[in-house]
Design a protein around this ligand. Structure first.
Ligand code: XUL
Length: 624
């Protein structure tokens, strides 16, 4: 891309994405048009210097996975140098925002403030900030060295459901609070004493850009297991756990000592920056002098990568973004704070009083591919990676009633529901109005390999439906179309009569959660290119406003750039512009969203809903 592409734009915005394996910067203009993406891969540039593999270091065999902080500093300089060589017009940039991998933490030393303030543009960041960290590493989200800490967090508040109620998530090994407890009590006691502040990866990058330590952004702060989402403040009991001074776990020497340690951690974490469009300040001299940024260029708070992803689309309440990669991830927007240990809720990064729900499944495409291989074996298709036969089975089922056969396929242990690797199949038998979910084996009760192909797509989708229901805002359907309410009421009664009360992850599915329908469903990632798979998913999920297939290759970086331009516009108009309205303009004009029609079988699939809920009760479960 040549200079002229930038020259036709009056002002530019940058969206950063500091992820595990690379740093990316996307450039957008005042019309939200993405003009260019720059990136640096850590392994290809810094393998020698930092000894990383896929961006991380695994020091031992205790599950510890870390990234060198100095490598990220080198990446910032490297990428900006690259832009400079490309004659990128830094002076046109008026706003920067972005995303960082979630949960990772950076430990600043007592000298950090001074060093950040006095950065010399003639030198590199990593060289000057060598002494700015009390620990030179940052725990990565793949770290799983904190099992004792997870137990401690659950114990402190009476279990995982209670922790999810307070913080939006049960204890996850990667969550910052657990990492901090390990740092304080097990791995780095001395370094903790010399830690002036703790940043998340997102606030670490803004601190560098601002030349001063920035506060943690509220929505990313929900990934710590420390922040009480409903009260919008840190939870003192959880801070006590993280600081290693919890009354029953750690038996601190006195109440005063405990209080002092909680306060100390609060100071190190600093304030949580509330959801806002207001900038955190101008970019620092280091960047204006070294690269030619304008001193008017403003830094807006960065957020977590999943949170930035939802900013790349005009998502409204009850919209779902379903990412079909190796794993399946569902991201949705809701105004309903209904937490569960099986999913995550975060504050929404731009829409106050809205939340982002996130469900992460480990069994996604690999599980489907295993069945595809079996189907190909049966039909003697030589190329086992060919999807034609699998697709044909799905295509033939289109619009046909649910066939009362379902399977749960977990070739690897599953996160949601938390369960070890296993496969179960079942048929729904109806003898004189009595419905029974009867477990069966392959090639018994008429269950064939072909049925597996359909059943895996159905059960994966039904699981999303069962678990997103409680998160979607109440009565999303009945508010939209009151004439349907009676019909839906009857459906609910029927389901109740057939299956009795339904439970998901130990919680009763209410009338509202079962009848909640998504507004729009967006499909992204590898398997969203398989039209048969997403047709089936769409017909089961039954979004009232339709199904869309989207391709957003740099979603997190783009979400960051959009956040910067939205913030800038709000600041210019001096008012909060609803985020979805602001970026919707782009999609209205460009019609970039590809909608597709499906046969809506939301009602018919209530039998599938009932079946899956009953089958999940029979799953082998794994402990925490
Ligand atoms: C989310 C999570 C990952 C990282 C990836 O909870 O841990 O998606 O954010 O960068």
């Amino acid at each position: 891309m040549s200079e002229t592409d930038f020259s036709s734009s009056k002002s530019l915005f940058l969206g950063f994405d500091l992820s595990t394996q690379q740093l990316k910067i996307i450039v957008t203009n005042e019309d939200l048009k993405a003009l260019k993406t720059y990136n640096v891969e850590f392994d290809s540039q810094f393998k020698e210097k930092y000894k990383v593999y896929k961006g991380v270091i695994t020091p031992g065999d205790d599950g510890e996975i870390v990234s060198p902080v100095a490598m990220w500093l080198d990446a910032i300089d490297f990428l900006m140098d690259k832009m400079l060589k490309d004659k990128f017009p830094f002076d046109k940039v008026i706003g920067i925002s972005g995303s960082g991998q979630q949960h990772g933490s950076v430990y600043w030393s007592e000298e950090a403030d001074k060093l950040l303030k006095n950065l010399d543009p003639k030198k590199d960041l990593s060289e000057q900030l060598q002494k700015a960290f009390s620990w030179e590493m940052s725990p990565n989200w793949q770290d799983h060295s904190t099992i004792p800490e997870a137990n401690a967090f659950h114990k402190a508040v009476g279990g995982k459901e209670n922790l999810a109620k307070i913080t939006g998530s049960r204890a996850h090994l990667r969550f910052t609070g657990l990492q901090i407890r390990k740092f304080v009590t097990r791995s780095h006691q001395k370094e903790y004493a010399h830690t002036s502040r703790i940043s998340l990866v997102s606030s670490f990058v803004t601190s560098i850009l601002l030349g001063k330590i920035d506060d943690i952004e509220q929505s990313d702060g929900c990934g710590m297991n420390l922040y009480d989402i409903e009260k919008s403040q840190y939870d003192d009991e959880l801070l006590a756990v993280a600081a290693g001074v919890h009354t029953t776990l750690d038996h601190p020497e006195s109440k005063q000592y405990q209080q002092d340690k909680i306060e100390e951690l609060k100071q190190k974490l600093g304030k949580i920056k509330p959801i806002t469009y207001e900038s955190s300040g101008p970019i620092s001299n280091y960047f204006t002098e070294k690269y030619g940024f304008s001193s008017k260029c403003k830094i807006y708070s960065f957020t977590g990568d999943n949170l930035a992803t939802i900013l790349s689309l005009p998502l409204q309440p009850n919209d779902c973004l379903i990412s079909l990669g190796t794993s399946t991830t569902v991201l949705l927007i809701t105004q309903n704070y209904n937490p569960s240990s099986q999913y995550h809720l975060f504050d929404h990064p731009t829409m106050p009083k809205h939340y982002m729900g996130m469900i992460c499944y480990s069994n996604g495409s690999v599980a489907r591919e295993k069945i595809r291989d079996e189907v190909n074996k049966k039909y003697e298709v030589k190329d086992h990676t060919n999807w034609s036969k699998f697709d044909e089975i799905l295509e033939q089922s289109e619009g046909k009633p649910f066939d009362d056969k379902l399977g749960i396929y977990f070739p690897i242990g599953e996160i949601v529901p938390q369960a070890p690797a296993q496969t179960i199949r079942a048929v729904l038998s109806k003898d004189s109005e009595q419905y029974k979910v009867k477990k069966c084996k392959l090639d018994t009760d008429g269950f064939t390999v072909d049925d597996d192909a359909l059943a895996i797509v159905e059960s994966q989708t039904l699981s999303c439906r069962l678990r997103s229901g409680p998160m979607l805002s109440k009565s999303s359907v009945s508010q939209k179309d009151s004439k349907d309410t009676k019909e839906y009421e009857e459906i609910y009664d029927k389901v109740n009569k057939k299956f009795g009360k339904l439970y998901t992850d130990g919680k009763e599915q209410t009338r509202d959660s079962l009848l909640a329908r998504p507004n729009k469903c967006y499909y992204v990632g590898g398997a969203s290119n398989n039209q048969n798979i997403i047709n089936k998913m769409g017909s089961i999920l039954g979004p009232v406003e339709g199904n869309y297939k989207v391709e957003i290759p740099n979603a997190c970086a783009l979400g960051g750039a959009y956040k910067a331009s939205w913030s800038h516009e709000c600041e210019t108009q001096n008012k909060h512009i609803p985020y979805d309205e602001y970026i919707k303009k782009l999609f209205d004009v460009n019609q970039e969203l590809e909608s597709f029609k499906v046969v809506d079988q939301w009602i018919e699939y209530f039998d599938g809903v009932g079946m899956l809920a009953k089958m999940e009760e029979e799953l082998l479960v794994s402990d925490d």
